[in-house]
Design a protein around this ligand. Structure first.
Ligand code: ADP
Length: 920
């Protein structure tokens, strides 16, 4: 650089020298004030300020040294040239400023500390110190500006921002400082390689209520940011290791740190770089030395912004979470409803429901795999799985899980609640997989509960430690519920199915039993009954052949009575080798032990000769049911099946019912047979009796008639006039004889009726004369009882066809009864004809007949009141004979009566009795 000067060069040199002198002088003043502050502080006994004052003294010494070195060196010419050498410029921009900033900064701190000491020499000394420091800063700025103009002639003053701090009036600072009592919140990281800067900033900010951390360089700052959260970073631009811009760029590239606001700390000369930083994402900048007001304002604004941003972030996060929740629950709902649809469809297929479930579990719960295990009351067994590692699957299949604390699923069964283990490696009780290396970490097991009963467990797992969210757990619980519903559905369906089948079977059985009962009840033919029973038994027991044996008690041999599904040869073979009590055949065993005996497979049985024949006929299994009476063996029912195997319990029970029916049928048949036999014998006996009675009556009648005839002859004096006193005796003899004859006739009639030998003598008769005859015969009886006797016979009655004598007998009986039972009043006979019928009635004013007796008195030997009738006499046979006679004529007879008023016996006879009706 040329040192040959012109006039303007001279003036500049002069100015340079002047400036140098000014700088040296100001530095000297600063040192002096610093000394003075020290002395005054000591004098005031303010040892608390000693540390800061020492720092000021050290900085003043540093400043003096640097200035002297700068001026002593070859820079002298440069100084005098006005335009600064780059080294000098750097010194002015940085090196000299550092101690000067410290002096100013600590000075200002002292000012604040001494705010209440206004007017003291100490306070004045501090004021002087700060103002001298400000002066020097102004000088430095001026010098830098000057040299910049020199080196870059076109440049404007854009790069000469005056130090904001130094422009501020000092007084107002203090006022604001003291008034700012609000406690700030926030954690601030100060990054500066200069200790004094760090110290000053941190003290100021701590005093303002912030939490402060410090980092000495770029790397340290990044480390601190990685370790803890900060609300704000104050970042020095110029640092030896990683400069501020780079730290800023790295922060902005890091998602986690991007949002942390950064305020750049810059020397006033670094404005250009500061703008760079703001472009790179810094929030703001703070020029050194720090103006406390600006510092506070910028930090406050920045933190406020950060708080808003945080709030916004938080809101966004919450919104996002909410949206995610919504999406998740939508997904879950969709899955749930799809699942329900499948459950509804797959009543027949539980497995496909389980498989869908495990798939959904993995999809919706972000799990690595899912299991469904069914609990059989003892252990849990794997029934469905999704994405399970083959090793684990094999292990679970080989090792069913018992209830217990050793596994998530076992624990879920034990405690009947959802088990969530965040990390099984931290759970000493979890031992299920033993030595098998499994990547399992987080485990969730949900029991499938029906009431208190555990049906199974649904489990999902993760290979990392990441607990499931509440909504995932809730979803799993829903899935477990749905699994239970599916299981229940299937169970109910199967139950209904089983019931329906059972019902179907019962209906078939009932029908068969009905048919059998019907056969038993209606068919006297035992052969048909047994054939029905054996056929139904074979059909319902799902067998192919059957036999009913009946024990012949005398011979002790089981007689083959009925077969079904057996060919002639086999039957013949059976008949050729009879079974006996005590021969140890199944029939013998079953009947003697009174239990059903079955052979599930004849091939593996100690085959008897009979079994061989059955085997040859193609049968493999047989079931023998004993037929048992109360106190004896009736026989046995045997069914045979081509398929080997046990007979189900219900088949055995069903056949036992059939066996009981068979016993009934056989016994019924026996009884019926006996009864038939007896009645045949009885009938013969009765015929003999009737014949005897008929004969006897007939035989009795002949001598009686002779006796009556002789008595009449005696009375009529054929053998000479009898003495007068014999007469009434003869009369009584005759009447008793007649009565006896009447009785014999009645007995004779009845026995004829019973013997089927009662015959009518059909001929023409006049009803009027019959009435006349009866009246003549009974008139005297009525008269002796003082009863009025009336007859009303219609005129012009036709001649009737019938047995005159028998009709007379009927009418005589009715009139006789009327007179016999009536004590006062009248007896009336009426006779008429209408519609081809004679209508006759005999009424009396006697005691009447109770309604319930009106029909019964027409039965043999029936009398209303035997005691009363005994008084009146009678056999109770008259009306029975009368009805027989009337009915033989094709007519009818009945009585109408009111108790206490009398009775009317009525009779209708066809005028012309049908000739066939018993005509001889
Ligand atoms: P009986 O020889 O006893 O008269 P009947 O067969 O003629 O036998 O009559 C049966 C019974 O009917 C009588 O015993 C009597 O109790 C009742 N009976 C018949 N006719 C009359 C009547 N007119 N009034 C009251 N009871 C009568």
């Amino acid at each position: 650089m040329s040192t040959h000067g012109t006039d303007p060069q001279l003036s500049e040199r002069m100015q340079g020298a002047n400036t140098r002198e000014q700088v040296l002088a100001t530095v000297g003043i600063i040192s002096a004030h610093a000394e003075n502050v020290h002395i005054e502080a000591t004098r005031h006994g303010r040892h608390d300020l000693e540390l800061d004052i020492n720092r000021i003294l050290a900085a003043a010494r540093d400043l003096t040294n640097r200035v002297e070195r700068l001026i002593d060196a070859d820079t002298l010419a440069t100084w005098s040239m006005g335009g600064l050498h780059p080294a000098a410029q750097h010194a002015l921009r940085h090196e000299l400023r550092t101690p000067l900033n410290a002096i100013k900064g600590y000075g200002e701190m002292l000012q604040e500390d001494l705010a209440d000491q206004r007017g003291t020499p100490l306070q004045a000394a501090v004021d002087h110190l700060v103002s001298a420091a400000n002066d020097l800063l102004v000088l430095f700025d001026r010098l830098v500006a000057l040299s910049v103009r020199k080196s870059r002639p076109g440049a404007t003053g854009e790069e000469a921002p005056t130090t904001v701090a130094s422009d501020k009036p000092q007084g107002s600072l203090r006022d604001r400082d003291t008034s700012s009592a609000a406690v700030q919140s926030g954690t601030i990281l100060i990054v500066d390689d200069n200790e004094a800067n760090r110290d000053l900033l941190s003290r100021r900010l701590t005093r303002d209520g912030y939490r402060v951390s410090m980092a000495v360089g770029g790397q340290a700052a990044l480390d601190a940011l990685a370790d803890a959260d900060f609300d704000l970073v104050l970042l020095d631009l110029m640092m030896p290791d990683i400069n501020g811009l780079e730290v800023l760029q790295r922060m902005k590239a890091d998602v986690r740190l991007r949002m942390v606001p950064v305020i750049m700390i810059t020397a006033s000369a670094e404005m250009h770089s500061a703008i760079h930083c703001i472009e790179a994402g810094a929030e703001d900048y703070l020029p050194k030395p720090f103006d406390p007001v600006l510092l506070r304002a910028r930090i406050g604004a920045c933190l406020e912004k950060k708080r808003w941003r945080d709030r916004e972030q938080d809101y966004l996060r919450r919104l996002e979470a909410h949206t995610k929740d919504l999406q998740e629950s939508l997904k879950q709902q969709t899955a749930t409803s799809e699942l329900l649809k499948v459950i509804g469809r797959s009543i027949f297929d539980l497995q496909s429901v389980f498989e869908l479930l495990v798939e959904y579990c993995v999809k919706l719960c972000e799990s690595e795999h899912a299991f469904i295990l069914r609990f059989d009351g003892r252990v849990l067994r794997l029934v469905a799985h999704h994405d399970v590692l083959p090793d684990m699957k094999g292990y679970v299949e080989r090792n069913p899980i018992p209830p217990g604390r050793g596994s998530g699923a076992g624990r879920a069964v034990l405690e009947r609640r959802t088990i969530h283990i965040a990390d099984i490696r931290n759970d000493p009780e979890y031992t299920y997989y033993g030595t098998l290396a499994v990547p399992l970490r987080t485990v969730l097991s949900v029991p499938m509960l029906r009431g208190d009963e555990v049906l199974g467990v649904i489990a999902i797992n993760r290979y990392e430690v990441r607990p499931f969210t509440a909504s995932q757990i809730a979803l799993m619980e829903t899935f477990a519920d749905q699994a239970v519903i599916a299981i229940e559905n299937v169970r109910l369906f199967e139950e209904v199915q089983a019931r329906t089948q059972e019902l179907g079977r019962s209906v078939a059985e009932l029908k068969a039993l009905g048919e059998v009962s019907q056969a038993v009840n209606s068919t006297i033919d035992l052969k048909t009954v047994l054939a029905t029973i054996v056929a139904k038994a074979v059909q319902l027991s799902d067998t192919e052949a059957g036999t009913i044996y009946v024990l012949h008690e005398e011979s002790g041999e089981f007689e083959l009575r009925s077969t079904y599904g057996m060919d002639e040869a086999l039957i013949a073979g059976f008949k050729g080798k009879p079974i006996r009590i005590g021969d140890k055949t199944v029939v013998d065993q079953a009947t003697v032990q009174r239990v059903a005996v079955q052979i599930a497979d004849l091939q593996h049985d100690d085959a008897s000769r009979v079994h061989n024949a059955i085997l040859r006929a193609g049968f493999r299994a047989l079931l023998t049911i004993p037929l048992l009476g109360v106190d004896r063996i009736v026989g046995a029912l045997v069914v045979r099946r081509r398929r080997p195997g046990e007979f189900p319990k219900d088949t055995v029970e069903l056949l036992q019912t059939f066996a009981a029916q068979s016993v009934l049928a056989i016994q019924n048949a026996r009884l019926f047979h006996e009864i038939e036999q007896k009645s045949r014998e009885l009938e013969i006996a009765s015929q003999h009796k009737s014949q005897f009675v008929a004969n006897m009556s007939h035989e009795l009648r002949t001598p009686l008639a002779a006796m009556l005839g002789y008595a009449e002859l005696l009375q009529e004096g054929i053998y000479g006039a009898p003495p007068e006193k014999f007469m009434p005796i003869l009369t009584r003899m005759r009447s008793n004889g007649k009565h006896l004859l009447g009785l014999i006739n009645t007995v004779l009639d009845i026995s004829k009726i019973e013997a089927g030998q009662f015959k009518l003598n059909i001929g023409e008769y006049a009803l009027g004369s019959i009435v006349e005859t009866v009246m003549v015969a009974t008139e005297s009886l009525a008269a002796t009882k003082k009863l009025a006797f009336k007859t009303e016979v219609a005129k012009g009655l036709p001649y009737g066809l019938g047995d005159e004598q028998r009709v007379t007998q009927v009418l005589l009986n009715l009139v006789g009864n009327a007179i016999k039972f009536t004590d006062a009043g009248e007896v009336r006979i009426t006779a008429g004809a209408a519609n081809g019928h004679f209508k006759l009635s005999v009424s009396d004013t006697g005691p009447g007949i109770p309604a319930e007796e009106c029909e019964r008195i027409f039965e043999k030997f029936r009398q209303v009141d035997s005691s009363n009738t005994r008084a009146k006499g009678g056999t109770g046979l008259g009306l029975a004979i009368a009805r027989e006679i009337v009915e033989m004529h094709g007519g009818r007879i009945w009585v109408e009566s009111t108790l206490g008023q009398g009775s009317t016996f009525r009779m209708e006879l066809p005028v012309r009795a049908p000739v066939a009706a018993g005509a001889a």
